[in-house]
Structures are given as structure tokens and as C-alpha cells.
Design a binder for this molecule. Structure first.
Ligand code: CP
Ligand code: NVA
Length: 315
């Protein structure tokens, strides 16, 4: 096993990964998961530091990245934007260049996706998108890994997305184009995913033998699905729209009746945090088809694989 300084690659969206690289990350994550269960954690990132900038709250992303770096022999710095000069108006481009002189890799959770891109443009170390308003690639990689652990290759399967055409939906759309599965998103009027991204990925999906469709009725998406996914109706930063969204999404709750339209062996996923009785009933979220705790755990394993990949660990 050898370690180079870093790859000069970033993970901002699925555009930064080929299908072969995604499968390589899955294989490495599975090995890291097994090794951890056996009490073996190879210190492949010994002496390395991850800087984590958070402009939004987090439980899973923060703890999984922090624990992951520790287990790989490195350390992680939690940098709340409110407690660093970024929060007082220091330019992002300056922060990126300064941090690059101290840390080996940067993770950023922020609002406008442009900010993640600016960070990557000015940082001289790899940058990971830990969620922006438009994309959440680490979560969808963990979800895809979780599906394949339970059900084998996702290529050719039908995935239903119920609810908001948000950052998670956009990353699922990119995932479908990359890995060739059929994704049907049921979204209320006015809450569809980004039209340009959708059109681009629909074209890309055809060459990879997947498909992506947006429908109105949750039943049309759920019917015969292998996996049903949903997410909060009100994402971070949209709190002022909460009441309007509760009305718009009232018919988009994943309940037992909707799950019955899917295949009997269908799984249910939610990136969490969840709101029982809104986007999903407690019966489904806590039921036998739900794999939400595996998804949360797999954040740790896939991100360790991502960190090694971006740091040029040759495995
Ligand atoms: N799913 C997810 O990203 O959770 P956090 O907001 O807790 O990091
Ligand atoms: N769509 C949600 C995901 C949270 C992990 C949000 O952006 O708040």
C-alpha cells in the first residue's frame, strides 16, 4: 500500500466519478466495513488532516467524517462558519487558499452549490461536497452501497423518489445516469428537480441503459419499484417556506399503502433526519423494509473510501 500526497481530484457531484470509480469505492467501503467489524483499522491516512466547514447543521455528516478520519489514523477539524472568519465575511477564495496551507483535504457543507465550486477552484487540496442546496453525493453513494449490499447490483432496477426535487433528488438523478437504473420521481407541481440537470442526465442515462422520469402521482413512481426513497419536505435553508410546503406535499407521504404498490422485496430509504407523520409514516420508517440505519452507517464506510481515494491511497 502506497500513499501519494493527493490526487488533485474533488468530489463535488457524481460528475467527478466514473461508474468504474463508483464500483471501486463500493468494493473498498465493503472491505473497510469488514475490517472495522474485525477490529482492524489500517492507518492509511496517518498524519493527515481533514478540515470540515459547516454552514448548516449536521449529525451524520460531521460524525461520520470525523470518526472516519480518526479510524484511518488522521484527524478532522470541525470548522463552524460562525466560529471562523468566513462567518465575518472573509472571502471564500481566501479561506480556501489559507486552509490548503494547513490541511490535506477539505469538506464543505453550505448553501449555494457555487460556493463548493469556488472552494474547489481556489483550494490546492481535494474538496468534498458534504451537501449543498443542489447536491448531496456522499449520501447517495452511501444509499447506493446500501442497496447493493441488500439486493445486489442496482443496474436495471426501478427506484422511486417521492417528494421534493431537492439536493438528494438531484444526486439520485446523476446516480441513475451513471449506474444505469430506472428512476421515477413523483413531485408536486413547482417542486420538480432542476430541468436542465434532468434533461442532461436523461440523455446520459440512455447511453448507460438507465432512465429518468418525473411524474405527478406517487403511485405511478412506487408501482413495481425495487426501492422507495423520500426526504424532508423542507430542506435546510427553506424554513420560511415550511407551511406552504406542508400543503403542497400533503399527498406525498410514504405510507404502507404506497409501499404495497412496490415489489414485495422493495426497500425503503431516507437520508435522515426524518419527520414521522409527514414525508413518511412511523410504520414504514420503523418497519421491516426500512434500511435507514444501514444507510446512516454506510456514510462512514463510503466516506473512508472517498477520503482514501482523494488522498491518493493506492489500494
Ligand atoms: N443525511 C445527512 O446528511 O445527515 P446530517 O444532516 O445529519 O449530516
Ligand atoms: N434535503 C435535506 C437533506 C438533509 C440531509 C436538506 O438539505 O436539508
Amino acid at each position: 500500500m502506497t500513499t501519494r500526497y493527493s490526487t488533485n481530484r474533488d468530489l463535488l457531484t457524481f460528475d467527478d466519478l466514473s461508474a468504474a470509480e463508483i464500483h471501486r469505492l463500493f468494493r473498498r467501503a465493503a472491505l473497510l466495513k469488514q475490517a472495522r467489524r474485525e477490529g482492524r483499522n489500517d492507518p492509511t491516512l496517518k498524519g493527515r488532516t481533514l478540515g470540515m466547514i459547516f454552514e448548516k447543521p449536521s449529525t451524520r455528516t460531521r460524525v461520520s467524517f470525523e470518526t472516519g478520519m480518526f479510524e484511518l489514523g488522521g484527524q478532522a477539524l470541525f470548522l463552524s462558519s460562525q466560529e471562523i472568519q468566513l462567518g465575518r465575511g472573509e472571502e471564500l477564495s481566501d479561506s480556501a487558499r489559507v486552509l490548503s496551507r494547513y490541511v490535506d483535504i477539505i469538506m464543505v457543507r453550505t448553501f449555494a452549490h457555487q460556493k463548493v465550486q469556488t472552494m474547489a477552484e481556489y483550494a490546492s487540496v481535494p474538496v468534498i461536497n458534504g451537501l449543498s442546496d443542489d447536491f448531496h453525493p456522499c449520501q447517495v453513494l452511501a444509499d447506493l452501497l446500501t442497496f447493493e449490499e441488500h439486493r445486489g447490483p442496482i443496474a436495471g432496477k426501478k427506484v422511486a423518489w417521492i417528494g421534493d426535487g431537492n439536493n438528494m433528488a438531484n444526486s439520485w438523478i446523476q446516480g441513475a445516469a451513471k449506474l444505469g437504473f430506472d428512476l421515477v420521481l413523483a413531485c408536486p407541481a413547482g417542486y420538480e428537480p432542476h430541468a436542465e440537470l434532468l434533461a442532461h442526465c436523461q440523455r446520459e442515462a440512455i447511453t448507460g441503459s438507465g432512465s429518468i422520469r418525473v411524474v405527478r402521482a406517487p403511485a405511478d413512481a412506487a408501482s413495481d419499484a425495487d426501492l422507495i426513497c423520500t426526504d424532508t419536505w423542507t430542506s435546510m435553508g427553506q424554513e420560511a417556506e415550511q407551511q406552504r410546503r406542508q400543503v403542497a406535499f400533503a399527498d406525498y407521504c410514504v405510507d404502507a399503502a404506497l409501499m404495497r404498490l412496490a415489489k414485495p422485496e422493495a426497500l425503503f430509504m431516507h437520508c435522515l433526519p426524518a419527520h414521522r407523520g409527514e414525508e413518511v409514516t412511523a410504520e414504514v420508517l420503523d418497519g421491516p423494509q426500512s434500511v435507514i440505519w444501514d444507510e446512516a452507517e454506510n456514510r462512514l464506510h463510503i466516506q473512508k473510501a472517498i477520503l482514501e481515494w482523494l488522498m491518493g491511497v493506492d489500494i
